[in-house]
Design a protein around this ligand. Structure first.
Ligand code: C5P
Length: 301
């Protein structure tokens, strides 16, 4: 979501995602894994403000939105080339040869190392915003190619689609129509998980009926049925690597969710609720149990 502030500045809202389904299909020769996943964006956003400069520099400042609620992360968000925002800007400059620069302010609400796609979404927002602000004229197809060089999830966030089946290493998209939306509680423990470490510990698993049942449930706007057909093959390896994931899974089992699981490689964990008032009361109970970050969010699937 992009908006113009002035002739030389833009604001972008970069959403987080949840994986309603993730099957590890197999390991590839290039070290990645082929997967089959259903991703949906949620109304939890990072905000990015881009100002065009003439000095050939990319300057990134990162601020934490107060409701992030995790002081450990403040120091850990890089502002140099390790940040996907800077890498996206550099990649677009290399691809187009532009001599323009940008001042970028990133306001983080999406926790890092959570499986919520925050860094990937920020990178996609950066490609889209700077393509416009610098007047590069890179086509949507070429932007997708650049996005896949930045990360497996980045192409999903670049498109207009809020829900998609993603295959390959995650970069091959089959958009799904938007629905009336599902309500979730999302929680994250203090610690995070490294995506490569979780993938190293996973194994390929056979297909089952859950994907087709989930897609049917989404098509007919049956959140209650969708909740029963969640799947994430990365949950078991994540639990082996991080005991806080097991603890969250236990706490979620005690609540009246329709279904619950890890998002992506974690450590964020979500449950599907009947409606917002149910979600708010479960979220309050989980906060009382000492979980540092708990949010009620909505998707458009
Ligand atoms: O693509 P991305 O940079 O987000 O991936 C981070 C790491 O996660 C990869 O280097 C790889 O180790 C692992 N990965 C994987 N299979 C995928 C996606 C990620 O093995 N489909």
């Amino acid at each position: 979501m992009l908006g113009r502030l002035t002739a030389s500045s833009l604001v972008a809202f970069a959403p987080a995602k949840l994986n309603l389904y993730l099957r590890v299909v197999g390991k590839r020769a290039d070290g990645y894994h082929d997967i089959e996943t259903v991703m949906t964006t949620i109304d939890l956003y990072d905000t990015l403000v881009f100002s065009r400069t003439d000095d050939d520099q990319i300057q990134l400042a990162v601020r934490l939105a107060s409701r992030l609620g995790n002081p450990v992360e403040a120091a850990s968000i890089p502002t140099g080339p390790e940040n996907l925002v800077v890498r996206a800007a550099d990649l677009l400059r290399q691809a187009t040869g532009t001599r323009l620069g940008a001042r970028i302010t990133l306001v983080k609400r999406i926790p890092s190392a959570a499986g919520l796609g925050g860094g990937s979404s920020d990178a996609a927002a950066t490609l889209g915003a700077l393509n416009r602000l610098w007047g590069c004229g890179v086509s949507a197809v070429e932007l997708q190619v650049l996005a896949s060089q930045l990360g497996s999830d980045v192409p999903f966030f670049l498109g207009e689609t809020s829900t998609a089946i993603c295959r390959g290493r995650g970069e091959i998209l089959e958009p799904l129509p938007a629905g009336s939306g599902l309500t979730f509680v999302v929680a994250k423990p203090a610690s995070g998980l490294s995506t490569p470490a979780v993938y190293r510990a996973c194994r390929a698993e056979p297909a089952d009926h859950r994907l087709s049942h989930l897609l049917q449930a989404l098509k007919f706007q049956r959140g209650d049925l969708a909740a029963r057909h969640l799947r994430n093959d990365l949950q078991s390896p994540a639990e082996q690597l991080n005991r806080e994931v097991i603890h969250l899974a236990c706490l979620f089992s005690e609540q009246e969710f329709g279904g619950h699981q890890l998002s992506g490689s974690g450590t964020a964990y979500f449950g599907v609720c009947k409606n917002r008032s149910q979600a708010l009361s479960i979220a309050a109970r989980l906060r009382q149990r000492g979980i540092p970050w708990v949010q009620v969010v909505q998707s458009r699937c």
